[in-house]
Design a protein around this ligand. Structure first.
Ligand code: ADP
Length: 484
């Protein structure tokens, strides 16, 4: 079976969030299981220079878009005979400082940029010597892929076009554009209707995928149920309910070759569930790096995030302010960037509590590893969380997760009230600062009982979220879709 994965970000070449990690790990795991995998992704600024193994293929193409032809070129990196990465070069579109936005503002031509990418992916699928059986798109940026494939099949332009699978990594980002951008698709206006991409007088990329894809997955079983409700469905719950039989939730796995504590170039010391001495060193070094007093007696909480409403940063700010005013004995360190108000919120908290709170505003993958390794607890109070990777990394790194019981957090963390023997973290339910505050107080009570800390930590560090099981689930869906 040959599968083509199309993604707007791919670790280690480009990343804003979990999508990059997930597609990289899934591609590797599928190839490892014997599947022939092609991954296609845009070539962003600086990537070819940083990874000289990415070579030109000599394959140049032009895509007509609203009256002009936009030129592009494919580059390629052969990871193994079964795993090939293809990069779409179009410097005016992708040779920019950001992936989707800059200075907090989305690029005005995102519809054109990602339609161009999608159409290039289609071209690749069509003209590879061994065309894929399945095209697997991810998130709104590739939302029109299933529509193009369906169009190619129905119009007879490509009668045996591949079947499609589409994965929702976050329903909140749908790719809404003015209707007039439909002209960029090159498809006739007949194809722009309520069962394709038309949505409340707009062009909605994600909707095209949800209506046209042969099957849909999302990244945890709980999120798959939640998005059928108005609270989590972002206006697409009705459509998703109609496609209930084609929708599966599969929890993301972790690439432990990358995210591990025993052979990790980003960490000052190695450690494991059986020997935690290195973790103490990681904590002390992290406290120094973040400018906090080196104290092994205080529990260190961390959080690594895009600063958006989704991630519950306001809850953290409010809960910490109250706890610290109240004299709570803890430290907290943040790595994140995004919303300017939230960034300012953290700067203010650091000013008021400089010995207890530290914040690094930015994007720094190496520091992300150190913040997991040095932490005693990891805060993840998300309003919604399709899967979430940081709680999975935290479990392996011995940072006990404190999470809101939603989406993938619900599916990957066990609270003592659910199962005391196998518990790995602390869960709370209401999306409110007092609920988080209470959960942090529980963490402080755990901290006061070293045996309890050791129990939760050992359970978490030995839990297995590797890709094996999930790979088998994706392969089963590919097979179903290919023969459906
Ligand atoms: P989402 O995809 O919604 O942002 P996930 O938890 O699924 O959330 O994945 C986030 C990924 O991005 C993790 O690998 C995390 O370490 C990384 N990440 C998020 N913010 C930063 C940052 N400021 N610096 C470095 N890595 C970050």
């Amino acid at each position: 079976m040959h599968v083509l994965l199309a993604t707007s970000e791919l670790h280690p070449f480009s990343k804003t969030g979990g999508l990059a990690d997930m597609v990289a790990a899934l591609g590797g795991a599928l190839a490892g299981a014997g599947t022939h995998v092609t991954v296609v992704t845009p070539l962003y600024r600086g990537v070819a220079e940083k990874f000289p193994a990415i070579r030109p293929t000599g394959w140049k193409f032009g895509i007509p878009m609203a009256g002009e032809v936009v030129d592009g070129e494919f580059l390629r990196l052969e990871v193994s005979p079964r795993l090939n990465l293809w990069f779409v070069r179009q410097d005016a579109f992708f040779g920019r400082a950001g992936l989707y936005n800059e200075g907090g503002k989305d690029y005005a031509d995102n519809a054109a940029r990602f339609l161009f990418f999608t159409r290039a992916a289609l071209l690749l699928a069509r003209h590879l010597p061994d065309p894929p059986r399945i095209v697997h798109g991810h998130d709104w940026q590739t939302g029109l892929l299933p529509l193009y494939l369906q169009h190619a099949r129905v119009t007879g332009q490509w009668p045996n076009a591949p079947r499609s699978l589409f994965t929702i990594h976050n329903l909140a980002y749908q790719g809404w554009f003015p209707e007039t951008d439909w002209a960029l698709t090159g498809l006739s206006p007949d194809w722009f209707h309520l069962e394709s991409a038309r949505h409340h007088g707009h062009l909605n990329f994600l909707k095209a995928a949800l209506t046209q894809s042969n099957a849909i997955t999302t990244v945890s079983p709980t999120y798959a149920r939640e998005i059928l409700t108005p609270e989590y469905g972002c206006g697409l719950e009705g459509l998703l309910r109609k496609r209930y039989n084609d929708l599966t939730g599969i929890l993301n796995g972790v690439d432990y070759a990358e995210w591990n504590t025993t052979a990790n170039p980003f960490l000052p010391a190695a450690f494991s569930a059986d020997d935690l001495t290195g973790k103490a060193r990681c904590k002390a070094d992290l406290q120094k790096e973040m400018g906090l007093p080196v104290r092994d007696d205080l529990p260190l909480f961390t959080n690594i995030t895009r600063l958006t409403e989704q991630k519950g940063s306001e809850l953290i700010l409010t809960a910490l302010e109250r706890l610290l005013r109240d004299g709570a004995q803890l430290q907290f360190a943040l790595l994140g960037s995004g919303d300017r108000v939230l960034e300012a919120g953290y700067r203010g908290l650091v000013e008021r509590f400089p010995r207890q709170v530290a914040a690094r505003i930015g994007f720094d993958p190496a520091l992300a590893h150190r913040l997991e390794a040095g932490a005693d607890f990891y805060l993840m109070p998300s309003r919604f969380e399709p899967c979430g990777l940081n709680q999975l990394y935290s479990l392996r790194y011995g940072a006990i997760p404190v999470v809101r019981a939603t989406g993938g957090l619900q599916d990957s963390v066990l609270d003592p009230r659910e199962d005391a023997d196998h518990a790995t973290g602390i869960k709370f339910h209401a999306y409110e600062a007092p609920a988080l505050e209470q959960a942090i107080r529980k963490a402080l009570a755990v901290w006061a009982e070293p045996a309890w800390v050791a129990h939760l930590r050992r359970n978490g560090m030995t839990a297995d979220f590797s890709w094996e099981r999930q790979t088998a689930e994706y392969l089963a869906i590919y097979n179903e879709v290919a023969h459906g």
